[in-house]
Write a protein that binds this ligand. Sequence first.
Ligand code: ARG
Length: 268
Amino acid sequence: MCPPEYYGIEYEINPWMDRKQGADRGLAITQWNDLRRLLEEAGATIDCMEPVAGLPDLVFTANAAMIYRDLAIAARFRHPQRQAEEPHAQAWLAERGFAIKSLGEDVYFEGAGDALFCGETLFAGYRIRSAIGGHQRVGDLLDCRVISLELVDPRYYHLDTCFCPIAPGIAIYYPQAFDGYGQRALQESVEELIPVAEQEASNFACNAVVVGRTVITNSGCPALHEALSKHGFTPQGTPLGEFVKAGGSAKCLTLRLDGEEAAGWKKK
Ligand code: ARG
């Protein structure tokens, strides 16, 4: 994670961001600390990246890279406003022993925000931020099956805003963020798909962090929490409204360094 010391709405690169509305940094710090505490209580160990003045979105560490074992596939951001984050994240990951791999300057790739394992399969979002060309390179690099999903609604511009694997074979999703092909691909390749309704999806319900059986989301997602409880998970909500103003929530504020709970390779 990366503390929100320099967090704010300083530019607009997605439909959620509004410089006029801004964000309350004091409240953001409280919300971030509460999320961190919940993650620790769920059993996670948190390692923090130094915040950097002038990089307000560095808090969204999910975009820094995609982690696979000791490999970090580095992000190449679409928007110049976030490209300055790249060297910081890469240096931090390299210091921790990750081998840094780049897909190439010409291929936009926004890390774990757009690439999530469910079991052995990597689900990868494209068009709004990441480019589809990178998916094949990731598949070749990791020797895994990749299912590319086109994101069709600008409000759900990263895959992790509309899809969240929670264990091998089980995931939550917001169907309308995908085209018909994407919806079918998900239905055919994930045994148990939990749909989220529009209202909770727009409250970032799908942007969940999974630690063991605990699933942490923004507050105000009662229907999803009920569904998760029925599936034997322990849902927890915590207010993250200040980050929703930048188009992010729980999941975006974290980067799993040991692999997502739902990643098949994590168990090996
Ligand atoms: N303001 C950031 C952006 O538009 C938010 C990133 C949220 N991250 C995520 N993984 N969904 O890039």
